[in-house]
Design a protein around this ligand. Structure first.
Ligand code: ADP
Ligand code: MG
Length: 177
């Protein structure tokens, strides 16, 4: 089974994906590393630009039929059996990206994306089987246990569990207004 773990930068994809892969005994694949190794992406300034169709095509050829956890904010464009969209309070996203030294512009862009469900909406356009998991206030272990629990129960779709408009006031300092 191919499990795609997606979400806004900073939500915890890499942390959760590695642990999820370890617990399931699946192969962990960082899409960023995969794209670099395969020469699929192109550096535009300090950003890696990826042709998603080319990524999906190559990934399918290399991993179809294998047990893989694919980690990346483009993973919902892969032909996956399950897409896990990780969510986090936009303020958490903002603080984590600040800690990574992202520019105010880049932080704002990502906080806004988390606030208005950009990745979730994209994932729903691409795949029927989308599970949304709110990581806010949970340890990575707890998040992984929740994902495994849903898989074991055969849940293939669970969306609409967060509404960040409720915390809009807390997020305003991060926005590009
Ligand atoms: P992403 O891959 O989505 O950009 P990371 O996995 O790199 O996110 O996580 C960003 C930061 O948040 C890391 O410092 C990580 O330790 C922390 N983190 C990730 N998941 C959690 C969690 N569930 N609880 C607390 N901190 C977390
Ligand atoms: Mg990551």
């Amino acid at each position: 089974m191919i499990i795609a773990v997606t979400g806004t930068p900073g939500v915890g994809k890499t942390t959760v994906s590695k642990l999820l892969a370890r617990k399931l005994g699946y192969e962990y694949v960082s899409l960023r590393d995969y794209v670099m190794e395969r020469g699929i992406g192109e550096m535009k300034g300090d950003e890696l630009e990826v042709e998603v169709d080319e990524l999906a095509y190559n990934f399918e050829r290399d991993f179809a039929g294998k047990n893989v956890v694919a980690d990346g904010h483009l993973s919902h464009f892969l032909k996956a059996d399950l897409v896990v969209v990780l969510r986090a309070h936009p303020k958490l996203v903002g603080e984590r990206l600040k800690g990574r030294g992202y520019s105010k512009e880049k932080i704002g862009e990502n906080v806004e994306a988390e606030l208005v469900d950009v990745i979730l909406v994209e994932a729903l356009e691409e795949n029927e089987n989308v599970i949304e998991v709110d990581t806010t206030g949970k340890t990575p272990e707890k998040v992984v246990d929740e994902i495994i629990g849903l898989i074991q129960k055969g849940v293939k779709r669970r969306v609409g569990i967060v509404d960040w408009s409720e915390v809009y006031d807390e997020v305003i300092p991060y926005l590009r207004l």
